[in-house]
Ligand binder design. Structure first.
Ligand code: PLP
Length: 462
């Protein structure tokens, strides 16, 4: 069902639409209880083409209603992922502190807070987001980050957050000074650098001694002992974060073994460590194929990860904090982009979309792979194309030499697994307003951020 220009017809609002209600459409069978992605194709029928949907929600209709580029997230999947962590850790006191940096939309923070999550923040801005979304969750916040300012520390002390993950001796000195000034005891964990190699992209590997992150684990005992003499500091935990998009449980277990040894030593020293923070970093599979129920089993992944950590902590009476970001939100999100034009230069075909690197920078920044699928597939033979945005940079691409079925101007493409580090890393480069965001929850679809306007962009300039 397409207009002459190839643009799918407008559909009515999907607000409060009952489940499975797209007329004439039946959903493909989802074989897994925890599908890797909440987006799947319907079967074509007499009334309608095959199309990509999220439960009862038509992505075509959402794009028509809210425009493109558009981020769409499944709240149901985000909560399902949170529950996987919470269930895998039932045998131990624990708190899942969602890494706000992955996707800091207020509605997502509110959703997670309401289901028991805490938060890992890395700036005063992120703290203000948590306080705006869920002030009652302030005492479930840990504050990481390699360079905290005095103002940020003051804000966090006043909010009475759970703990500061301290990344240097200088930061601990600053924390003690700010705490003394405000007459508030600061709970802290040293973020130790365990010197563990985690196989991932070099820009997101953080656990080696040569990285800027954390404190050399060999120095940690001395620093804890010195801090014990300061009445404004309370040693609360030990924390670690070895990197992001780590697919194997092994490096997490290796890092935890080193942390556990340190905790035992500190407890023998009489330093009452109460928490171990294992950081975030559990990776997802970005190469699933359109059949999203294939080889990636989120539940098994989380269980394997939790087991590796638990094995290392065996016998230690501590609360476990985790800081997952990507694993909770990445696969719950898509970025919808409309095809503006299809052009040929020499031997190459370029599909130019209305989304660009400013909306989703991961391919340009990390050479990250995102699967891209048409919302309504066209029949025909697949051919290699580059899928690019309109920004004036050769690095403005989403896919290169990607085999795609025929694509025409006006078609809608879904860039999959875009829920983490997508909108959160977006910018206004080329004076492009940032996309709108929609959160789907059951049969409800809510606009959680309106599209920026040029007036928004100009408002701060004098
Ligand atoms: N915690 C800290 C300290 C981080 O720097 C990050 C991101 O790299 C995370 C948690 C979240 O990582 P991920 O989104 O890979 O789970």
């Amino acid at each position: 069902m397409r207009t002459a220009a190839g643009i799918p017809p407008e559909s009515a609002s999907l607000k409060a639409r009952p489940k499975r209600s797209i007329p004439g459409l039946t959903l493909s069978n989802s074989s897994s209880k925890f599908p890797a992605r909440p987006f799947q194709y319907t079967h074509a029928s007499a009334q309608s083409d095959e199309q990509l949907v999220c439960g009862p929600h038509s992505l075509l209709a959402l794009a028509s209603q809210y425009g493109t580029p558009l981020y769409i997230y499944s709240a149901d999947q985000i909560l399902e992922r949170l529950a996987l962590f919470q269930q895998a850790l039932l045998a131990r006191r624990h708190l899942v502190c969602y890494a706000v940096k992955a996707n800091s939309s207020l509605a997502i923070l509110k959703l997670l807070a309401a289901h028991g999550a805490g938060f890992d923040i890395v700036s005063g801005g992120e703290l203000q987001r948590v306080l705006a979304a869920a002030p009652e969750a302030a005492n479930r916040v840990v504050f990481s980050g390699v360079g905290k300012t005095a103002e940020e520390i003051d804000l966090a002390l006043d909010a009475n957050i759970l703990a500061f993950n301290v990344e240097s001796e200088a930061e601990l000195t600053l924390l003690a000074a700010r705490a003394a000034k405000r007459k508030r005891k600061a709970r802290f964990a040293l973020r130790v650098n365990p010197d563990v190699f985690a196989e991932t992209h070099p820009y997101i590997s953080t656990g080696l001694r040569e990285h800027k992150f954390g404190i050399d684990i060999r120095q940690a005992r001395r620093i804890y002992r010195e801090a014990a003499g300061n009445r404004w500091l309370a040693a609360h935990g030990v924390s670690v974060h070895i990197g992001s998009q780590i697919r194997s449980a092994e490096p997490f277990g290796a890092a935890m073994l080193r942390v556990a040894a340190l905790v035992r030593q500190l407890q023998r020293d009489g330093i009452p460590i109460q928490t171990v923070d294992a950081g975030g970093g559990l990776g997802i599979d970005y190469h699933l194929g359109v059949d999203n129920n294939s080889s990636f089993h989120p539940k098994a992944k989380v269980e394997e990860y939790a087991a590796a950590i638990e094995l290392a902590l065996k016998g230690l009476d501590v609360q476990l904090l985790l800081e997952p970001g990507r694993f909770l939100v990445a696969q719950a999100g898509v970025l919808l982009a409309r095809v503006l034009t299809v052009k040929r230069n020499g031997k190459k075909t370029f599909v130019v979309t209305d989304a660009a690197m400013n909306d989703l920078i991961r391919p340009a920044l990390y050479q990250a792979f995102h699967e891209i699928v048409p919302v309504v597939p066209r029949p025909g033979r697949a051919a290699a194309v580059d899928i690019v945005g309109p920004v004036c940079e050769t690095g403005d691409f989403f896919a290169r030499d990607r085999k795609m079925k025929p694509i025409e101007p006006g078609d809608l493409l879904a860039i999959l697994d875009a829920g983490a580090y997508g909108m959160a890393q977006s910018s206004n480069y080329n004076t492009r307003p940032r996309p709108a965001e929609v959160l789907l929850h059951g049969d409800q679809a809510a606009l959680i951020r309106r599209r920026e306007t040029i007036a928004d962009l100009l408002a701060t300039e004098l």
